[in-house]
Design a protein around this ligand. Structure first.
Ligand code: APR
Length: 227
């Protein structure tokens, strides 16, 4: 089976009701990144940071995967599909995708502030200040904040280098190193970009599918499966 590697961003979850970051009404219109998504913010005001992630985690429990997530999961019938996502939601997994690599962490997980290798599934939506790991240290969101390393990046690069087909869905390609993954594809690999707005893609031969994720993934499937 051909290896189909997909890079997704917040846009793939927009039709599930989760906000994107940089669109109209996006999260970064309401919150300052520096106040809620950096290690310094956590040190300065853990209550605010923790509330930001608790609010997003609680909303996630009220959301379902959409046709975009489901369509990508269905492609596993025809391809060896690997999803590399910048999203911290679990909607790809809940839609049935079996190979999902989270570059920026996972909202439903928390980890020790003393040892980043101590990662736990959070029971319910609410993390409280005072919740501690097995070593007695405060638990924090298992999220890659701005300024922190992206541990899964090497694995992601390897996947993209092995891709026979590369697909980008719902990301503005604003944030590195994730946005740089596109440049690890071999020149002869077909690239498809699904997004109602064209993100900045500096590569020849890209097929833009200017649709929302649900309709776009359906169009992609028809293109990939046409004889
Ligand atoms: N279907 C497909 N794409 C959509 C849809 C939709 N229904 N709605 C919006 N989009 C597109 C927008 O046009 C935009 O290109 O999704 C993209 C969303 O871009 P961003 O809001 O910048 O989200 P993302 O690219 O995932 O941000 C990357 O930035 O803040 C950090 O860590 C955070 O992972 C995030 C990273």
């Amino acid at each position: 089976m051909k290896k189909l590697v997909v890079l997704t961003g917040a846009g793939v979850s927009q039709e599930s009701g989760l906000r994107t970051f940089r669109d109209m009404g996006g999260l970064w219109e309401e919150y300052d990144v520096m106040d809620v998504a950096t290690p310094e913010a956590w040190a300065r005001n853990p209550e605010l940071v923790n509330r930001f992630y608790n609010d997003r985690r609680r909303q996630l429990y009220e959301c379902e995967p959409n046709a975009g997530h489901r369509g990508l999961a269905e492609l596993e019938k025809y391809f060896d599909v690997h999803i590399i996502t910048q999203n911290v939601d679990d909607l790809h997994e809940r839609a049935g995708s079996n190979k999902v690599l989270h570059l920026h962490g996972e909202l439903k997980k928390v980890r020790s502030t003393a040892n980043p290798n101590l990662v736990y599934e959070l029971d319910g939506w609410e993390l409280k200040l005072g919740d501690t790991c097995e070593k007695g240290s405060q638990l924090r969101p298992h999220i890659v904040w701005f300024g922190e390393a992206v541990p899964a990046m090497d694995e992601a690069i390897e996947l993209v280098e092995q891709a026979d087909i590369f697909v980008v869905v719902g990301t503005s390609l604003n944030v590195y190193p994730a946005a740089g993954l596109l440049h690890y594809t071999h020149d002869d690999v077909p690239v498809y970009v699904i997004d109602p707005e064209r993100p900045p893609v500096y590569r020849d031969g890209v097929v833009f599918i200017e649709e929302k994720a649900g309709a776009g993934v359906d169009k992609l499937k028809k293109m990939l499966l046409q004889p």
